[in-house]
Design a protein around this ligand. Structure first.
Ligand SMILES: *Cc1c(COP(=O)(O)O)cnc(C)c1O
Length: 346
């Protein structure tokens, strides 16, 4: 048993080293976040912890800055001078990546879902302070299915080297950076001497969750990963998983044990305020409650829904063992909800 254990440990370490080598050099953005216990989730048989990805940045939080740590070096290496970002007006990706584009002298051009009447609040207020009106192209709901073609047509007319970055910056070049989340959770386990039996993670485009699921499966980690799908149905997530698996296999030059992936993965849709971006009183009450009892901020689109769902899943499925809830960040979103937050006061 002991020798088996040791050899397992050494194979594990070699695989981690291999994964790190395949990820390669990244931009020196923050990539280590801490873990601490939660007071109002779980119980003695089910200790719950939070991983504070929100602490990785003020203007750009954890999930996004990880993706950008490989995407931005790729843009620079390819001497890109203009980037067309596609997304919703209130997208965390738009407001986040725009900051790094400006820093690196790459011109941001936005193709946003909506029209010129879109309220300048929250993330869009911040994006509009960074990007002038002339560089914002509004795409109506009817035209939205063709946004990629419209962006491509625009890109073709530019004399500068231009790229198109789709929603959530979920492109293969973001995968190496996205994989650092799994490695950082392993680092948290080593530092705290805790093994997390269950991880709860939210999903938008699905890239961060898929990268984590695949990295863990490839490392033969027994962790159960519970993914709460904020924007998609299960079928779309599984398609994304398959696409990202192809990218992952080519990055590591190996083959995934697909059955193991499926065994460890569980998918859920939120029960409260199910539609992506929708909010209600329960959401804001929980944001207020977490502030008062746990002492940190959550956002209404991703993180608070993850916390609400994690509690429900832990109770309903009678989950036992150490649980890690990943706080993906998104705090700037709160700027757009001052009135609702006012009602959440105690
Ligand atoms: C983008 C984002 C997510 C989702 O990441 P995906 O890779 O698109 O699934 C989750 N939480 C926050 C705060 C985000 O900004």
């Amino acid at each position: 048993m002991l020798t088996n254990d040791l050899s397992f440990e050494s194979i594990f370490n070699q695989q981690i080293l291999h994964l790190k080598n395949c990820i390669g050099a990244l931009a020196p953005y923050p990539s280590h976040s801490r873990v601490h216990p939660l007071k109002t989730f779980g119980d003695t048989q089910t200790p719950c912890f939070v991983k504070r990805e929100d602490e990785l940045g003020f203007g750009i939080s954890g999930f996004k800055i990880r993706k950008y740590s490989s995407l931005v070096p790729h843009l620079l290496a390819n001497k890109i001078k203009e980037a067309i970002l596609i997304g919703g007006a209130y997208s965390n990706n738009i407001v986040g990546l725009t900051q790094l584009l400006i820093e690196n002298s790459i011109q941001p051009t936005l193709f946003l879902h909506g029209d010129t009447d879109t309220k300048k609040i929250g993330n869009f207020l911040l994006s509009s302070l960074m990007v002038s009106n002339d560089s914002i192209h509004w795409i109506s709901r009817d035209e939205w299915p063709n946004v990629q073609e419209k962006a491509a047509l625009y890109a073709k007319k530019q004399s500068k080297r231009t790229v198109i970055i789709p929603e959530g910056a979920s492109v293969p070049e973001s995968l190496p950076g996205a994989l650092t989340l799994a490695l950082d959770i392993i680092e948290n386990e080593r530092q705290s001497n805790i093994t997390f039996e269950h991880i709860f993670i939210d999903s938008g485009t699905g890239m961060m969750a898929c990268a984590t699921v695949l990295a863990f499966a490839w490392l033969n980690k027994e962790t159960n990963i519970h993914v709460v799908l904020m924007a998609e149905e299960e079928k779309e997530f599984l398609e994304t998983l398959s696409t990202i698996n192809t990218q992952f296999e080519s990055l590591i030059g190996g083959q995934m044990k697909w059955l193991f992936v499926k065994e460890k993965l569980k998918l859920y849709r939120p029960h409260v305020s199910r539609a992506f971006g929708s909010t209600n009183k329960t959401i804001f009450d929980e944001i207020g409650r977490i502030m008062r009892t746990e002492g940190f901020l959550t956002d209404p689109v991703y993180s608070v829904k993850l916390f609400l769902e994690s509690r429900r899943i832990i109770t309903q499925e009678n989950i036992k063992g150490n649980c890690l809830l990943i706080h993906s960040g998104g705090g700037l979103t709160l700027m757009g909800f001052q009135e609702q937050l006012g009602h959440a006061a105690s």
